[in-house]
Design a protein around this ligand. Structure first.
Ligand code: 13P
Ligand code: SF4
Length: 320
């Protein structure tokens, strides 16, 4: 399934909404936004989706320009699969703790350590890590890809250790792991989640597989951002306790017909607010406008490297 169309209602707090929509049309640009973006960024986007849906959108995109409101690995992936479009990041410093947890040299060393293994890399990685890998995956398709590829060889799964542990539990397939974590999901507190469940026993706990196994074990449903949205639609629960980044909450509530969504608090957070990815939140309407007016934040991937990284992304598309 491709990404959903964003709602297009007028952005009442600012003329920037109208200006950006007009600029996007004039510049033949498509704006893609991840679910963790702020509501105003998602509202101005042409498409909102999870990382797999947005990669598919980028692959199918015929526009001259793509403004990617997400983080660097997402924009880089878009450039690799669609080199004929110019891809822009509203804030080029929007990184990802998983992507920065591993280098291409680390992957080369792992392959030496575990000869005969194939490497499955989470899409939250740099182009050079993808170039050293056999197949990419996202949280939507990781289980399927691990099951299929394990028929060919034993597997190394990089870099998300939490996701790897979760996949081992689901599939019974042993994975050689790397110790990468998403700092946002890692900070979620199982203890605080259980306290919320005591307060709201009829609510379902729904979590992203980047969270620690202690969170996933007590969750009623585990899935990618889009899969969580699908799950709330088909659930009869009166409300949800959400174990992922706070940006998904408004959409989850809307998709569930206005039911309550409580974002699970982080370990350190005594104010009982919720977990936020600071990288995702670097993107603003003003910065999107700058991409369109000034061409700022263009993403480049060296063509030979892109060709090598593309193989693992294309293999993922074949599997999914
Ligand atoms: P999704 O593939 O679920 O969109 O996840 C991307 C991500 O970075 C989650 O932290
Ligand atoms: Fe990366 Fe975590 Fe932010 Fe997702 S939420 S982009 S995995 S740092």
């Amino acid at each position: 399934m491709l990404a959903e169309s964003a709602q297009k209602e007028p952005y009442t707090h600012s003329d920037q909404y109208q200006e950006i929509r007009e600029l996007a049309q004039a510049k033949n640009a498509v704006i893609l936004a991840h679910y963790y973006q702020t509501d105003d960024v998602k509202r101005v986007a042409d498409y909102v989706g999870d990382s797999l849906e947005l990669a598919k959108r980028a692959a199918a995109c015929e526009a001259e320009n793509i403004v990617f409101a997400g983080v660097r690995f997402m924009a880089e992936t878009a450039k690799i699969i669609n080199p004929s479009s110019s891809v822009y990041m509203p804030d080029p410093s929007a990184g990802c703790s998983l992507a920065s947890s591993i280098t291409a040299a680390d992957v080369v060393a792992l392959k030496k350590q575990y000869p005969g293994h194939k490497v499955v890399t989470y899409i939250n990685t740099t182009a050079d890590v993808k170039a050293e890998s056999d197949v990419a995956c996202t949280s939507s398709n990781a289980e399927h890809i691990v099951r299929e590829l394990s028929k060919e060889a034993p597997l190394i799964f990089i870099p998300d250790e939490n996701l790897a542990v979760y996949l081992e539990g689901k599939t019974g397939i042993e994975l050689k792991k790397w110790r990468g974590v998403c700092h946002v999901h890692q900070a979620l507190s199982a203890e605080k989640l259980l306290k919320l469940k005591e307060q709201f026993p009829s609510y379902e706990i729904i979590s992203h597989p980047e969270a620690h196994i202690s969170i996933l074990e007590i969750s009623d449903f585990v899935g990618s951002t889009s899969q969580l949205l699908q799950a709330v639609k088909s659930s009869n629960a009166p409300g949800f306790i959400m174990g992922t980044e706070v940006g998904l909450a408004t959409r989850l509530s809307a998709e569930s017909g206005g039911r309550t969504v409580i974002a699970a608090p982080a370990e350190e957070d005594n104010s009982c607010s919720c977990s936020e990815c600071g990288y995702m939140k670097l993107n603003t309407l003003g910065k999107i406008r700058n991409c369109l007016v000034e061409g700022s934040g263009e993403v480049f991937v060296e063509p030979a490297l892109a060709a090598r990284a593309l193989r693992s992304i294309e293999r993922m598309f074949v599997f999914s």
